[in-house]
Design a protein. Sequence first.
Length: 495
Amino acid sequence: MNTHRTYTLLGAAILIGLGAAGGYWLALSTGEHAADMSAMQPAAADKKVLYWYDPMYPQQKFDKPGPSPFMDMALVPRYAQQEASGAAVRIDSAVAQNLGIRLAPVVRDTLDSTLGATANLNISDRDRAVLQAPEQAFIEKVYPLAEDDLIRAGEPIADLLIPEWVRAQEEFLALRSSGNRQLLAAARQRMRLIGMPAALIAAVERSGRTQTVWTLTSPINGVIKSLDVRRGMRLNAGQDLASISGLGTVWLDIDIAQGNATRVQPGQSLEARLSAFPGEVFSGKVKAILPETDTDSRTLRVRAELDNAQGRLRPGLTAQVRINTGAGRETLWIPTEALIRTGQRTLVMLAVGEGAYQGVEVRTGLEAGDRSEILAGLQAGQNVVVSGQFLLDSEASLQGVEIRRLSDSAATENATTAKPLHASQGEVIEVSANAITVAHGPFETLGMPGMTMSFKLAKAELADGIEVGEHVRFAVSEADAGLIVEQLQTMEAQP
């Protein structure tokens, strides 16, 4: 009996001890959890809300939460911490070094008064001779020539037998012995009219004999581009026999980047240097800007002429050209490799602090070598990313970092005169050229109840495609003339 009582008391003591230990552990855990929560709560309370906004219309700010008047969603708070760092993507310096991120300054420099480009020498089509059979003829002899051979003026190509010419010569010689001057003059005129050269007519008169063979010769110095003569061939009047391109002048076809198109004008002087003639400079002038661009390189083709009296310049040679485009001017430059071209706009990643980078929209101008002119979006002394900028741009997109647009820059400069927009929605009652009448809901930011009223349009094209009866979202600004519609878009039909 005593033994049983002893075991009972011992079991009770153990249970009491376990309960006390469990209570202590639970109290400790609860205390720690409460401490953790109390430590976290002030952190959330410390976040100061600056304003609420719709991510689709971040330029419009609201002083209290609620549904967006633009989209079917709740307004999102913008915290002070986000305002301080949300406009840039931040990368640790060690990570930036591993990514190979390099910076280059935005510099103000003078635009070079000369423009460099590459060029090719081509045959000038302005100096081309086409040789044809003057009458029906037979080829008696051909001389040893072929296409692409150089030929000099007066060099023989083929001997032709022209029956019509022979008959005209015989008639002339027969009348010559008659002594009738009028008939003789008529026979001489007939030889001219059927195409006999003056030199051949003179040879007939001088020798008193028929010249049965006429030698076809080159009228110019140049290169044979086509040759279609064979011994024994029968020729028709007007048949092409040879084509010869002169080399007294050659065309210099220059490839100009599209960004430099406005810098080149006909009449500008230029200097060309050819690797085939080291140390020599060939001068010329821009003759024309061709109407079509090169389909492969998308470059503009500019044409100049170079004198080639000595015949040393051959088609196919390449040249480095400097075109004198006039006096230089100061402008902003950055390395071309810093540009991110999206197809719709051009961006750069701007360094805005230690390890912080922001996407900035820029407007570019001319290109000179490996540099690009910046017309808007940057200032001298700023630094842009020239290596690793695409990675930063992708990271900024993932983090939702806003790009500083050119319009944002203009808005910042005129912040004191910027007018806030007030949004509402409603049904279109009437549309005219410069105004729209809407049965709209309340303008909460104006404290204006819903009603039907007419609004002037900031731009007439805002109402393009808007029809009576459609439901629209719109935003207005306050002006002396009343409320002006600045934004207008149709709403999707509700099921």
